[in-house]
Design a protein around this ligand. Structure first.
Ligand code: AKG
Ligand code: FE2
Length: 281
C-alpha cells in the first residue's frame, strides 16, 4: 500500500510501500499529485536497473540528455552520472565533479530555451556522512516579495547562460561553452498548479533585460535575498535506493558538497522536460 508522508512544512514528501518497476496508473497518479503538492518527493527503498530508472522517469515527461557530455553514462546518454570519475588521471580531486550543484542555490536548466520541468536522481552509493541535498520553495520566495518589487518583476525577464556571470563551464566540452543567452520571465506561472513562483537563478543569470548594468546587478542582489524562506526548506538525507524528484518550476536546490571525498556518492540523474503533445498516462 502506498504511504505518503509530508517531510517539510511546505515542501518535501516521502513515499513508502511502492516498487516503481510495477506501478499501476492510479498509484503513479498519487505520486505525481504528491509531487505537485510538495514539489520534492523521495521514493524510498528502490532496487533499479538503468532501464527501470529510465522507464519510470519517462512517466513524468520527456528525458533530455544533459549538455555536459563528459558526465553522461557511456551507454545511456540520457543518464548523467554524479560522483563518477571524481579523481583525475593525476589522482587529484576534480572539484567540478565533487562539488557539482554545491556552488549555490539554483534551478536546473534555466540556460535552456525550454527549462527543465524536473530533475530525478537515483542513489546508488551514499557516503557515511554529509552529501545531503537542500531544497527551498520558489512559491514561498515569490510570496515573500514586497508588492512594489513583485509589480516591477511582472514585466521583466532574465538572460541566462550555462555557467552564468562566473563562466563556470568546466563540465562542458570546449565547443559547447559559448551559447547565446535565453530569456525567461522572473515570475512564472506553474503550468500545472497555476501558482506563481519566482524564477531566478543567480548562478546562471547574466543580466536582467532592459536594465542598465548597475540596476541589473542591484536587482539580482535584491532577489537573491528573497530566494530562501526559512519555513519553506527541506533537507534530504540520502539512503541508498532513494529516488528523489524535484520540480524546477517551483523549487531551488543545492548539494551540500561536504562529504568525505574518498567515499563514494553516486547517483544516476535525468533531466525531464514537459511532454510535447500526448497526455502523460
Ligand atoms: O548532487 C546533488 O545533491 C544535487 C546536484 C544538482 O544540483 C543536480 O543534480 O542538479
Ligand atoms: Fe542542480
Amino acid at each position: 500500500m502506498i504511504e505518503i508522508r509530508r517531510l517539510g512544512p511546505q515542501i518535501g514528501a516521502e513515499i513508502n510501500g511502492v516498487d516503481v518497476k510495477s506501478l499501476d496508473d492510479a498509484t503513479f497518479a498519487a505520486i505525481y499529485r504528491a509531487w505537485l503538492d510538495y514539489n520534492v518527493v523521495a521514493v524510498r527503498g528502490q532496487d533499479l536497473g538503468i532501464a527501470d530508472f529510465l522507464a519510470y522517469s519517462r512517466r513524468f515527461g520527456r528525458i533530455d540528455p544533459h549538455p555536459s557530455k563528459s558526465t553522461r553514462h557511456p551507454n545511456f546518454p540520457e543518464v548523467t552520472l554524479l560522483g563518477v570519475n571524481k579523481f583525475g588521471p593525476d589522482g587529484k580531486l576534480d572539484m567540478a565533479v565533487y562539488r557539482r550543484g554545491a556552488e549555490g542555490w539554483h534551478t536546473d536548466g534555466s540556460y535552456d530555451r525550454e527549462p527543465f520541468k524536473a530533475t530525478q536522481l537515483y542513489a546508488l552509493a551514499i557516503p557515511s556522512r554529509g552529501g545531503d541535498t537542500l531544497f527551498a520553495s520558489t512559491y514561498a520566495a515569490c510570496d515573500a516579495l514586497p508588492d512594489r518589487l513583485r509589480r516591477r518583476l511582472e514585466c521583466l525577464r532574465g538572460a541566462y547562460v550555462y555557467g552564468g556571470r562566473k563562466k563556470r563551464t568546466e563540465l562542458l566540452d570546449p565547443e559547447d561553452r559559448s551559447k547565446d543567452p535565453v530569456f525567461h520571465p522572473l515570475l512564472r506561472t506553474h503550468p500545472e498548479t497555476g501558482r506563481t513562483a519566482l524564477y531566478f537563478d543567480p548562478n546562471k543569470i547574466l543580466r536582467i533585460e532592459g536594465l542598465d548594468p548597475a540596476e541589473s546587478d542591484a536587482l539580482i542582489e535584491e532577489l537573491t535575498g528573497y530566494m530562501i524562506q526559512s519555513d519553506a526548506e527541506y533537507r534530504h538525507k540520502w539512503r541508498k535506493g532513494d529516488i528523489v524528484i524535484w520540480d524546477n518550476r517551483c523549487s531551488y536546490h543545492r548539494a551540500a558538497g561536504d562529504y568525505p571525498p574518498e567515499e563514494d556518492r553516486i547517483h544516476w540523474r535525468v533531466s525531464i522536460k514537459e511532454e510535447r503533445a500526448e497526455a502523460r498516462f
